[in-house]
Design a protein. Structure first.
Lengths: 196, 196, 196, 196
DNA sequence: GATGAATGAGTGTTCATTCAT
DNA sequence: TATGAATGAACACTCATTCAT
């Protein structure tokens, strides 16, 4: 990569970085492209040199972040087989980027179809990992024979709920931290095999 | 109330009614006040005679609707003590106004603090009813000794999740209908006392 | 019409008037709506209260002007049967609004289909009048038995040519005035019955 | 010319060639310089290395094309003395590049003074040839003693009119072909000596 | 000589809110 | 009380031209 390309890449990253910051602070939908450009320290028009339109910027931003996140999850699943450890670490990962995920949870339902579908597809891949581990647990009679898909909807739905209303649940600090133990407890309760 | 006041009240209701219809169809955030006025059959300026600004209209609209809803829930609780019947009927009530609740779930996280707090307070009242019934069940040793608050977060969070992403979960028809049994099943599984 | 409506009508006319002035001076295509608004002494947004978009303003402007023009032609035809008098007066009418017709000739080929069709339809109505008079002349053996449609294309085409390149043909003053006699002469030459 | 100069000349020609293609397809006024560069397979900035600004490119493009065209006309005049044959062949030449001349007719009135003057000068040279031939015909008493200049304005004006509104006159195919015979007929009718 | 990233003024259009009628 | 015309800041996006590489 020559100096030119490096410079271009750097500008692109400045935009993404600024956009991410703003995304975390107040979401992208209600942020003007001119504000993003200003935060990135570039001219307004430059933004459209790197992204054909606002939506593309949002897609790129979310795709990059979710890809990073997805990789971490994959790693996590490989290293651990214990579902409650996985869940704990999964929540840790979310907590590490809680601002980001909180904004995402808030804005997701308002995105255009294509973008929403793309993000939900990413989520479904993560869900797959959980599904697999739980399925194994059921086969080994560690967990009760529950409907995995709907159980996961409960889990993801609840996490999403906390995140989307983060500012209502905590004044500052992390919602995930506040509710981590409850989430894990209840999720494990659902999985647990009724002893008898 | 004299004739003038009656007329004023009537106009106010026309606005609310029109706003509700639009709220259900496509949400309020992306609807211009001029469109609401037009749907109500009044002049654009008239809207601001009844409501100082757009936010106040939304607050009023949601307050009225949620109060009605709350009353129905209260009635339902009085008539029934069985938690799974209550939940089933609660979901029926939501389904009956699913467009409304879906829009609410989508927009709620984006409302300004005051409005969001108001709505969440309404929700907390409803939650109280559930809380009470579950508490009784635990005292009577029908249910396991779980943390009621977090269990309810699971329930409300999940319902909210389905509603906010309604269009991603079903192409047409009701999300609640589609997932009602799963929601009830899992919720009851959490409550169930481990038999031993 | 109450004061409100009069005021609105007045603003609308201010816009049309300003737009017409600008249209004559430099054409509408390369004029920003903000400039039109400024020239009309109104806020930029106000323009879009009276016209849903720029095109509609142009359509209205041209339609009104061409309707006025068309009425004058109709009157002229009624009062006169002599084709060279009609042509002379027709050219006088164009000359009276030469700035307008010059801009129109310049911009017409660049308008969107709908608008172009609309204007050409107006022109075809005017052409009809000429057609009728010439047809009568031919029947009465005053004129040669020529193809009327193509003869009129020659006439209108030539007038259009002079108008569209007005600034190249005259530095100031009227192109129509400069070439009036030539236009009439040649047109009459085409019509003339070859004596023999 | 050394290697570098040859290369430069080659790039310049690539730009002209691409610009001509685009000019024919949709005109230059509404085409971005970046699109022209892309079509030429060069960098956007390179275009401004060969032409100081967009206008210069247009001037060069039209000048080259019209010079070629002018040469063909000159040749044609040398080989033929018959005015209706010349006219027929002139129309054939236009038809062979109808896209080009149609765009030119549409855009010409909107060009800046300098460019317009340049193009009209080119046209006047072509006109000269016609003038000469007609003048000879008049001296030889083949044609009527008409005003040659204004007769030619009629001819060129009409052709220009058809070309500039080409898309309104024909949906596809050639306008010139459609109206060739009419143009020739009427033009010859003007020239014809009144027999008596 | 060629590149292409960057610029920034400019475009048509929207909309919550105000205020004279 | 009701009206609806007017406001003007805001928006996403375009483009001829510049200049460091």
């Amino acid at each position: 990569m020559n100096k030119r390309q490096i410079q271009k890449q750097f500008t692109r990253e400045k935009i993404i970085r600024a956009a991410k910051q703003i995304f975390i602070e107040k979401g992208i939908i209600n942020t003007a492209t001119s504000q993003i450009a200003e935060a990135a320290g570039i001219a307004h028009g430059t933004l459209f040199l790197h992204f054909p339109n606002k939506d593309s910027l949002v897609i790129e931003l979310l795709d990059v972040e979710l890809a990073k996140f997805s990789d971490k999850i994959k790693q996590l699943i490989i290293e651990t087989t214990d579902i409650d450890t996985i869940l704990k670490q999964y929540l840790d990962l979310i907590q590490a980027e809680e601002g980001f995920f909180s904004s995402l949870a808030r804005e997701l339902p308002n995105y255009k179809n294509e973008l929403r579908r793309k993000i939900l597809f990413r989520e479904s891949l993560i869900r797959e990992h959980f599904h697999q581990v739980i399925e194994n647990g059921i086969e080994q009679k560690i967990y009760a024979d529950i409907d995995i898909a709907s159980t996961l909807n409960f889990l993801f739905g609840t996490i999403n709920y906390y995140l989307s209303l983060k500012t209502s649940f905590v004044q500052q600090g992390s919602v995930i931290e506040k509710f981590r133990d409850q989430i894990i407890d209840i999720f494990m309760k659902i999985l647990e095999k009724t002893k008898g």
